[in-house]
Write a protein that binds this ligand. Structure first.
Ligand SMILES: *[C@@H]1O[C@H](CO)[C@@H](O)[C@H](O)[C@H]1NC(C)=O
Ligand SMILES: *[C@@H]1O[C@H](CO)[C@@H](O)[C@H](O)[C@H]1NC(C)=O
Length: 151
């Protein structure tokens, strides 16, 4: 049986036709400010999410605390730096390399892909700014895939 983990930001919704394969395991991310747009896990299994309109990356740790990984709440920009010193502009998608504990963020408002060392929380710019606006992003076995609208 395939288990689909659903992390709902604000509400429970029904998925007609797929309910038998769907297991809602958590709604904890509803506490994250700023519209959770995407989610991944770090090497420890902590849930890491992107708060799109809050311009932050947040992490749910095992005791239930939602802590800031990087970004300044409500303040947009393209600054690189450690944790709260870094800024994002409408970060949308997130994926991670759980071996090296690195997250990749499609920073849609900056037309860039940012990398976050989830151990040190150092944010760097991996790609960009480009002319393409990235949204969906996935990392698999050394390859980073990103998608966005034609510009
Ligand atoms: C939860 O865990 C985090 C990370 O270990 C820690 O910083 C925080 O103080 C803990 N919070 C509580 C309420 O225990
Ligand atoms: C991430 O940061 C840690 C702590 O500073 C460091 O040991 C590690 O090498 C960094 N990872 C990468 C992939 O640079």
């Amino acid at each position: 049986m395939m288990v689909i983990v659903v992390l709902l930001a604000t509400q429970c919704v029904s998925h007609a036709g797929t309910a038998s394969r769907m297991m809602v395991v958590s709604t904890v991310l509803r506490r994250a400010a700023g519209n959770v747009a995407d989610v991944t896990v770090d090497m420890h299994g902590n849930i890491v999410c992107v708060a799109y309109t809050d311009n932050t990356i947040q992490r749910l740790v095992p005791n239930g605390t939602l802590e800031l990984v990087a970004g300044q709440s409500g303040d947009l920009g393209d600054t690189n730096g450690v944790g709260g010193a870094a800024k994002f502009n409408n970060p949308w998608g997130i994926t991670s390399n759980t071996v090296n504990n690195i997250a990749f963020v499609s920073d849609s408002g900056n037309n860039a892909i940012r990398a976050i060392n989830l151990t040190s929380t150092l944010v760097t710019t991996l790609v960009g700014p480009t002319t393409a606006q990235p949204f969906g992003i996935v990392y698999l076995r050394g390859v980073l895939y990103a998608a966005g609208p034609r510009s």
